[in-house]
Ligand binder design. Structure first.
Ligand code: X2X
Length: 339
């Protein structure tokens, strides 16, 4: 727990006796030789934060208190765009970010989100724990960020709407949909002839509530934990892309850790990521029932109309050109022929 300005001021106001408590906790906090912040954009109830808390506890224990990781969930420290600058300049030491948003800095990291590239989790983990993941991590490492080995899961994404179910690609024409701040996301929904609006996740709930946009797309675990069902009626199972979170460290902060501490931290982050993957997959598989009970109306879709539209619109050809032959053929080894 960090001391906020407000409770520090409150305790000063309440006099010297009460003040002793926060001062003692400030002292306890500074006992850690390395007190690092981990920021993310998801609610505390999402498996990402549940596993991160366990991970932070294990790291504290295994380093005998020398390394402390304080978690700042729910975009408390700012939007994804803000947090990306913070992890680059050392304002925070750790941050989890979708590769597709990271692509504003590292263009190669878009590759994992190409529409309909992965048909199931099996293909995802083979690619991401294999050469495709290694390729992206190598590119990320050129930008003063250190990506941990195991990417964390966000999941296969589904489209929600307050106005209508999305049955086929035709329903996406002119559809006002929020997309994350990311070139790939915008390009994909432009290929569907939608009207995509780039909005950071911390503003999605209110953008939907005030009808700035009519829909958004996210995995069910996020729709549920961020309570988007309160402001969206329809959920269309499109599985139009998979998304994951790279666990990123600020390079200088990472290198400040002694090598044995680094090993403990990396081991625990990767292990927590593996558990988070299992939690998220289970949630995404089971949540349709829970969200239906909360009033959402689900429909299934067939991938063909969406995939054909992307193909006809030149989406795959365009991204093959952007990402390069070599990376593209790596992807197609997992996805089958796309373009
Ligand atoms: O912004 C989103 O939609 C989210 C939460 O899925 C990501 O972080 C990419």
């Amino acid at each position: 727990m960090s001391i906020t300005r407000r409770n520090l001021l409150a305790s000063v106001g309440a006099g010297a006796i009460v003040m002793a408590a926060p001062l003692r906790s400030a002292w306890a906090q500074s006992k850690a030789e390395f007190s690092y912040k981990y920021a993310n954009n998801l609610p505390l109830t999402h498996p990402m934060n549940i596993r991160a808390k366990e991970m932070a506890d294990a790291i504290q224990t295994e380093t005998a208190g020398r390394v402390e990781i304080r978690i700042f969930p729910s975009s408390q420290l700012g939007s994804d765009t803000d947090m990306l600058s913070q992890v680059r300049n050392g304002g925070v030491e750790f941050f989890t970010l979708s590769g597709l948003i990271l692509a504003t800095l590292v263009p190669a990291s878009s590759i994992t989100g190409i529409g309909f590239a992965f048909s199931d989790y099996d293909a995802v983990w083979k690619a991401l724990d294999g050469d495709l993941g290694a390729h992206v991590r190598k590119e990320i490492a050129k930008s003063n960020l250190v990506p941990m080995e195991k990417i964390w899961d966000n999941g296969f994404r589904q489209i929600t709407s307050s106005i209508k179910p999305i049955q086929s690609a035709d329903d996406l024409r002119g559809f006002k949909i929020r997309v994350p701040v990311s070139p790939l996301w915008t390009s994909m929904f432009k290929a569907f002839d939608s009207a995509p609006a780039s909005i950071n996740f911390n503003e999605v709930y209110s953008a939907l509530q005030t009808k700035v946009v009519d829909g958004q797309e996210n995995p069910l675990a996020i729709i549920d934990t961020a309570k988007l069902n309160e402001v969206q009626k329809f959920c269309s199972i499109t599985n139009h892309m998979w998304d994951g979170f790279w666990f990123l460290a600020n390079k200088r902060a990472w290198e400040r850790l002694p090598e044995n501490m680094r090993a403990i931290v990396a081991k625990n982050i990767n292990a927590a990521g593996m558990k988070e993957r299992a939690d998220v997959a289970a949630m995404n598989a089971g949540l349709q029932k829970g969200l239906t009970e909360k009033g959402m109306v689900f429909n299934q879709t067939k991938p063909d109309s969406f995939r054909d539209r992307l193909r006809q619109g030149g989406f795959y050809t365009e991204w093959k050109g952007k990402l390069g032959e070599e990376a593209w053929s790596m992807l197609e080894r997992y996805s089958g022929k796309l373009s």
